[in-house]
Write a protein that binds this ligand. Sequence first.
Ligand SMILES: Nc1ncnc2c1ncn2[C@@H]1O[C@H](COP(=O)(O)OP(=O)(O)OP(=O)(O)O)[C@@H](O)[C@H]1O
Ligand SMILES: [Mg+2]
Length: 153
Amino acid sequence: MTRLSQWTLIRALVRNVLFLLEAEIKTHAIQLDIHLSKNQLLVLGDSVEIEQVIFNLIQNALDKLDTEDKSPHSIVLSTARVENQTLVSVVDDGFQIDDSMLDRIFEPFVSTKKDGMGLGLALCERIVNRLNGQIELYNVPVGVKARFTLPAI
Ligand SMILES: Nc1ncnc2c1ncn2[C@@H]1O[C@H](COP(=O)(O)OP(=O)(O)OP(=O)(O)O)[C@@H](O)[C@H]1O
Ligand SMILES: [Mg+2]
């Protein structure tokens, strides 16, 4: 089934995802900081798919709370306009990703989690690339930054 692409405010998609994750976030002692651009940022695509991307990135940050490694204390979710792109980023302050893993992180069925399918990022990449955007994950001094861009109006 082909879904209709339409222009949607990124802040509306973020809000929907946070609503879905609200209960899970509340069960953790975690600081979630949201920095939404004051500009009305629009993205073109199927809103459910873009929500899935945002959801998976936040879920990956939250998953660290269930591991024995150092847990993240905060997650920072931001949106911004960068040149002609809408940028969404999720930064956590948990443990970093091994270099050997970083190379394979977008491959399907690559996971370090006990119950992970390793499909979240593969799906994110597919959705974002199909919408002519780009997605990347990299280590920051403390934790991991995930970011994706989509063409803006
Ligand atoms: N924020 C992050 N911090 C540390 N490692 C991460 C982060 N996001 C992803 N990873 C690593 O990338 C792997 C692949 O992530 P991906 O979302 O594709 O699969 P998964 O989370 O393991 O399983 P699924 O999403 O299918 O439930 C993870 O298993 C984890 O090792
Ligand atoms: Mg995942």
